[in-house]
Design a protein around this ligand. Structure first.
Ligand code: NAD
Length: 263
């Protein structure tokens, strides 16, 4: 299936590894020019080299912290300068730290808000103008299964990501007349560095082996395994494509059946 995004320009946030990296790679493999950001310049430049080498599409690394307003503007300006427009935005970052409600103070709540909600607000705001000038666009937010079913010991993520979905649904209504489609994808347990560190944390806390902790995650999943980053990236690329022209305001799970809710 040709996704129809050859030569489109995509900004993918939090893309030096994990889900962001996989999403950028999938978009580049479809012929999109990608601008990727993350905080550390070294791993990000290496990620850009690998994406460009494997796909033949241009990949521009811009070191940036998505929770800082100035950095968000810098990424968007770099994309416009390099490629002349922006057609696709994938909002993504690291996740907030785990912990029970009573372990988090105001600073932790504000940091989670800035990292996972305000970053998406700022990036979305910054790309609306360029997307309107190009006659439309796609915004995809990488959130979490937590927006449908809270994950134990992750109250910051559970709370803040619900805000992303509320923002995105509103934005999808407001931007539909301009041909800008806004959707959310919700990973369950996808095997990235973040999940490995959550599994290690659980193993330590419960004094069990890594394998036992991993099993306690996968036993909740009807497909009986963790997902691969590419399995989430495939949906991101589809939602960013011309093929997904009648999907907006949707929140779609990639969780192997983990979420037990009907909708
Ligand atoms: P990860 O930690 O493996 O990768 C995160 C990426 O974001 C890295 O490239 C990192 O450098 C970058 N990043 C982190 N903080 C940043 C910042 N302030 N500014 C710019 N870049 C930053 O995480 P992942 O597993 O790929 O997950 C991506 C997102 O999806 C996270 O928010 C995570 O909580 C969420 N999520 C992941 C899973 C999963 O199973 N992997 C499940 C639910 C939700």
């Amino acid at each position: 299936m040709d996704l129809g995004i050859r030569d489109k320009t995509a900004i993918v946030c939090g893309a030096s590894r994990g889900l962001g990296y996989a999403a950028a790679g999938e978009l580049a493999a479809e012929g999109a020019k990608v601008v990727i950001c993350a905080r550390g310049a070294g791993p990000l430049e290496e990620a850009a080299r690998r994406i460009a080498g494997e796909t033949g599409s241009p990949a521009l690394p811009v070191a940036a912290d998505v929770s800082r307003a100035g950095d968000v503007s810098r990424v968007v300006e770099a994309a416009l300068e390099a490629f002349g427009g922006i057609d696709i935005l994938v909002n993504n970052a690291g996740g907030p730290p785990p912990g029970l409600f009573e372990t988090h103070d105001d600073r932790a709540w504000l940091a989670a808000f800035e990292l996972n909600l305000l970053s998406a607000v700022r990036f979305s705001r910054a790309v609306i103008g360029p997307m309107r000038r190009s006659g439309g666009g796609r915004i995809v937010n990488i959130t979490s299964v937590a927006v449908k079913q809270p994950v134990d010991n992750l109250v910051l993520s559970n709370a803040v990501r619900a805000g992303v979905v509320g923002m995105a649904k509103t934005l999808s209504n407001e931007l539909a007349p301009h041909g800008i489609l806004v959707n959310n994808v919700c990973p369950g347990f996808i095997l990235t560095d973040r999940l490995v560190s959550l599994i290690r944390g659980r193993a330590e806390k419960q004094a069990v082996s890594y394998q036992e902790a991993l099993d306690s995650f996968t036993s909740q999943v009807p497909l009986g395994r963790t997902g691969e980053p590419a399995e989430l990236a495939a949906l991101v690329a589809f939602l960013c494509s011309q093929r997904a022209s009648y999907i907006t305001g949707a929140t779609i799970l990639v969780d192997g059946g983990l979420c037990r809710a009907l909708m």
